[in-house]
Every structure is written in C-alpha cells, then in structure tokens.
Design a protein around this ligand. Structure first.
Ligand code: SPV
Ligand code: MG
Length: 435
C-alpha cells in the first residue's frame, strides 16, 4: 500500500476564520497535515504582536479538524521545517506571490526543489470581518497612549531597536512598511527618527534650530497620521528650559516616545560640522537642570528624555563624555546618545564599553552616520539599545530627484528621465490606496 503523503503549512494568525479552515481542510485532504505555528516574535516582526501567545495558538490549531501535528516555527522562512520534515506538499494561500512574503515563497520553492516536494497554492479568500479586525488592530496601534510606550517595550523585548529617519508622510510610510527577508527572518525598522537636519532640509532651511516647534509639530503629525511605529524626536538643544517643559508635555501627549536633546547652547549647528563651525557645549550643571525640569514635567513613565553628548564632536575627549553621561542619567535622563563625526568607530565603541561597565540600565543610542561600518549585531555587543539611521532617505532621495531634473533639462523632454529614473505613473497613482 502506498504510504500516506505528508503536508506542511504554517500559520501566524491569532484569529482563525473560514478562509483558514478551508485551506486546512484542503491541505488535510492531500495527506497527513503538520502545521507550523509562528512564534510571537516572528508574528510581531511582520504584522503585530499577537493577541494569543504561541503556546495558546498551538493548542487552538491542534484542536482543528484535519490537523495531525503541530510544531513551533521559529522563523518565517521554511528552511527548518522542510529540511527536517521533508513534506511531500507545502500548502499556502496564493496571497504570498506579492508583497513581503514573496521572498519567503521563493525560498520555499527552492527548498522544495532540493528533494522534489511540491507547492500547492489555493486562492486566498478575504474575510470581511477578519480584515476589519486587522484594520482596527492596526488603527489602535496609532493611538497615542498605545504608541508612546512601545519604544520602551521594544527595547526591553529586543535589546536593540533600529530607527529610520522620516521627514514627511511618505518617508514615514517607507519606514513603517519596508520589509526584507534575510536568513529566514523578516527585517523591518522598529521606529522612526524625526531628524532636525532632514526636517529643515525638506523645508529648504539650514539645520540651525530655525524651523520652529509649530512647524516641527506639523511634520510629526503628518507622519503620525499614516504610521503606527514609535517615534523619537530630535529636539535639538531643547531650547530654553522654561520652554522645554512645555515641549515635553506636548510630545508626550501626542504619543511621541522619546525626545533627544543635545548639550549645546547658542546658535546650534549640525554636529557633523564638528569644530569647523563655532559651537558651544552647555555646562553640565545647566544641562542637568534642563533634563531634571523636563523629567519633572512628565505625566507618564513611558516617555523618555534622552541626553545627547557632544563632547566627542567638540573634541573634548572620552572622559568628558563619560562624566557628562553619568551626570545626565543621574539628573533623570532615561538614556544617553553619544555622537561622533569620525569614520573610525573606536572612540564611540570605547565610550559604549566604558559606559556599560558602570551603567547597565540607561538606554544607549548611537547615530552611525560617519562610523557606518559597524553592524547592528556588533552594536548590540557594545550594549547599544537604539541605532538611528538619521538622514538616509533624504540623502538618497535628493540625488535621485536632482538627476531626474537635470535629465529633463538636458533632453528638452521627459522620455529619457521617465525611462531611466521614474516609476510608472500607474504605480504612483495606486501607491497610497483610498481606505
Ligand atoms: C539629525 O539627524 O538632525 C541629527 C543627527 O541631529 S546628526 O545630523 O548626525 O547631527
Ligand atoms: Mg539634529
């Protein structure tokens, strides 16, 4: 008698609806069905934190008719289950042919080809009620009281989080939605950084604290309107202490997760000018006073005031940076950001190591614009909690736009630029769908 065929499918949902049941039913008709239930970390990495834990979801799935075995699946990719179980069939809805799951599908096909397994796809059936529930869960995530605390939660859960700069709704969406698959894992940015440099540059202004707080608030609101991920604001110097306390309250109320202020006074210039521009560091005493006043103004334990140390930028040395870091934390800062404009990361890494020897709790932030060779994994090893990619969308977007403008001028028509640099008009029309 021919042996019974084996079938594998994976499930990440915590809301099982008729469409899932139908696929499970069809999968079970092909043979003995094993279901891989994705872990909470995996589900959170591509969708949202699941309502039910992995253990509970495994119990639910095990009770479904047609399911013979249930296993925990630690990666969104299929390498582990396919190489260990070698099922005859993998079953999936056809919705993964597009979007972030496309590379997962491609990897799955390559794995099946290794031993002659087969992919069976069934038409994905949308369930109106489920789609509404998912949309409601996503909308909830953007509510200030839920968004604000998520940065702290993510740092606690993951150790290291990454933030991409966003300077308007569109770059907010890129930061929110961009996902890639690497070694069987979905990678996304955890949050966003609203940079003073990028916010100013977008408005055609220099980065000298000229763009006022109302204007910065417009940018923040524009981004928040279309995203759900936690936001860190680059608060420049924080302004006068008497003003900073109000700024902190406003940011906290609207759902920003953290503000980073730098220990400089007078006309602020971008740090990456270093000593080429005249810049003055604040006294430890003054800056501690500003931090303490901001901390006192807070109404939640979720919002973080993070102190940015400019000692390395202004060639004041690592001892000065460390002394300031400990003083700022003592004054009430939830963490410190250490900055440098040197390409070699040794000074920054030495700071992180020495800071962590004495303080294992405060949040440690780096902005690796100049010292860009260190990997996120390596930063984690140095005890860093937040890596900020501070200006990369504007630095890549501007040259692309400029090239397009130059090509149109040179050619006296748009055909060449269209073909070389522009996305199809149909794609831009549907990039932001109506809800
Ligand atoms: C910013 O993004 O505005 C920053 C980081 O403050 S840096 O430009 O590196 O100073
Ligand atoms: Mg800035």
């Amino acid at each position: 008698m021919a042996e019974k065929k084996t079938v594998f499918m994976s499930i990440g949902t915590d809301v099982i609806h008729g469409g899932h049941m139908e696929i499970i039913h069809k999968a079970a008709e092909l043979g003995e069905l094993t279901v891989g239930v994705l872990t909470d970390e995996v589900v959170a990495s591509y969708k949202r934190h699941p309502l039910l834990t992995c253990e509970e979801r495994m119990k639910v799935v095990a009770g479904l008719k047609g399911v013979a075995n249930v296993i925990r699946q630690n990666e969104i990719g299929y390498a582990v289950p396919l190489r260990t179980l070698r099922p005859d069939y993998v079953v999936h809805g056809d919705d993964w042919r597009e979007g972030f799951q496309k590379p997962v599908r491609e990897e799955c096909l390559a794995l099946l080809a290794e031993y002659g397994g087969e992919l069976v796809e069934f038409p994905y059936s949308h369930n109106g009620e489920y789609d509404r529930l998912e949309a409601a869960a996503r909308a909830q995530a953007s509510i200030p009281d839920l968004r604000r605390g998520r940065l702290k939660q993510l740092i606690e859960r993951k150790g290291l989080v990454t933030c991409m700069e966003a300077h308007n709704g569109l770059t907010g969406l890129i930061t929110e939605k961009t996902a890639v698959m690497v070694n069987g894992e979905i990678r996304q940015f955890d949050g966003m950084w609203v940079s003073s440099l990028c916010d100013s540059t977008t408005k055609g202004k220099p980065d000298i604290e000229l763009v006022d707080f109302s204007s910065r608030m417009n940018t923040i609101n524009e981004i928040m309107d279309v995203t759900t991920k936690p936001m860190i604001l680059d608060g420049d110097t924080g302004g006068l202490t008497e003003h900073f306390v109000y700024t902190v309250r406003t940011l906290e109320r609207i759902g920003v997760s953290a503000v980073i202020i730098e220990d400089k006074v007078g006309l602020k210039r971008n740090s990456l000018f270093g000593t080429e521009a005249s810049q003055q560091q604040d006294s430890v005493e003054n800056f501690c006073h500003k931090i303490a006043a901001g901390k006192k103004a807070l109404r939640t334990s979720e919002f973080m005031i993070i102190a940015r140390i400019e000692s390395l930028i202004l060639d004041q040395g690592i001892e000065d940076a460390l002394n300031r870091a400990f003083a700022y934390v003592e004054a009430g800062a939830s963490g410190v950001m250490i900055h440098s404009r040197r390409k070699e990361p040794d000074e920054i890494c030495a700071f992180c190591r020495r800071f962590r020897e004495k303080d294992q709790n405060a949040v440690l932030v780096v902005v690796p614009t100049s010292f860009n060779s260190v990997t996120e994994e390596e930063w984690k090893g140095y005890g860093v909690n937040v890596v900020i990619y501070a200006n990369h969308l504007i630095r890549s977007g501007y040259p692309a736009m400029q090239k397009t403008a130059e090509t149109i001028l040179r050619c006296g028509r748009a055909k060449e630029a269209d073909e070389a640099y522009c996305m199809p008009i149909k794609e831009i029309l549907t990039l932001i769908p109506e809800e």
